[in-house]
Design a protein around this ligand. Structure first.
Ligand SMILES: C[S@@+](CC[C@H](N)C(=O)[O-])C[C@H]1O[C@@H](n2cnc3c(N)ncnc32)[C@H](O)[C@@H]1O
Length: 232
């Protein structure tokens, strides 16, 4: 399979429509910040010869999967917002970062520079997973074993005992999220430890409390993003 996602037709708002909507919803200052972040992400791909920035909608992916109807499109986290947020959090030495729904792997590349012992990406689409593998190769991380892209459904990923920082950029609907929360709960049952959940664009944040109990919660806003960070 090629490391370039096949393009089927998907109707989406054009750049002018998106600009007008952003000016209307976010105002001038935030729209300018967003424009800078977008430009930075394009420059990232150009500098590293990677393919992370372009969106991929699920209808463009040529495969069948029972959880496809619950899957959100591949849209990368903006690099600027990710770095800003992660630099404001402190993790213990030897922490392991897991991106649930890692897509083309942009967040894996960024997290690999932040001192984690390992960075794991879970992506259910074989096509997107292959693009991530090619991106990791092109990006040339110094330690090849640092980044581990795994092609598997998020609900089936069995967490390892050292994995403690879990990242979600609104990857799927509630039914799949609940399956993932069961995996996290089971993992904590096997090996009690301190865990962080970093949830960008947190549409189902109540599900975490229902699934895991009341954890310490912090809210952040970066550019147009709302982010919730939970700690047990
Ligand atoms: C919004 S994108 C986030 C990409 C990446 N985490 C980032 O922040 O740049 C969501 C990703 O989750 C993936 N995804 C959706 N459902 C999934 C599932 N059940 N298991 C694993 N990945 C899934 C999608 O294919 C897509 O690549």
């Amino acid at each position: 399979m090629s490391a370039t996602v096949s393009k089927k037709k998907h109707k989406q708002a054009g750049p002018v429509a998106r600009l007008l909507r952003s000016l209307h919803e976010q105002g001038m200052r935030r729209t300018l910040q967003s424009a800078l972040s977008i430009a930075e992400d394009w420059v990232f791909d150009w500098r590293h010869a990677t393919d992370t920035v372009s969106r991929v909608y699920q209808v463009e992916l040529d495969f069948e999967h029972p959880n496809k109807a619950s899957a959100h499109p591949y849209i990368p986290t903006r690099g600027r917002a990710f770095r800003k947020l992660l630099s404001s959090l402190t993790f213990p030495q030897d922490s392991v970062f897991v991106d649930y729904g890692s897509g083309k792997g942009k967040v894996l590349l960024l997290a690999s520079k932040l001192g984690f012992r390992r960075v794991v990406g879970i992506e259910y689409s074989p096509e997107l997973h292959e693009v991530a593998v090619a991106n990791i190769r092109r990006y040339g991380a110094t330690d090849a074993s640092l980044i581990e892209p795994v092609c598997c459904d998020a609900t089936e990923y069995v967490l390892r005992d050292d994995e403690n920082a879990f990242y979600f950029f609104n990857p799927f609907e509630l039914d799949v999220l609940q399956g993932v929360l069961r995996q996290i709960k089971d993992s904590l049952g096997r090996h009690r430890r301190k865990i962080w959940i970093i949830y960008f664009d947190p549409r189902f944040k109540e599900a975490f409390e229902k699934g895991l109990g009341a954890w310490q919660t912090q809210m952040f806003t970066y550019g147009g993003y709302e982010v919730v960070v939970l700690e047990n």
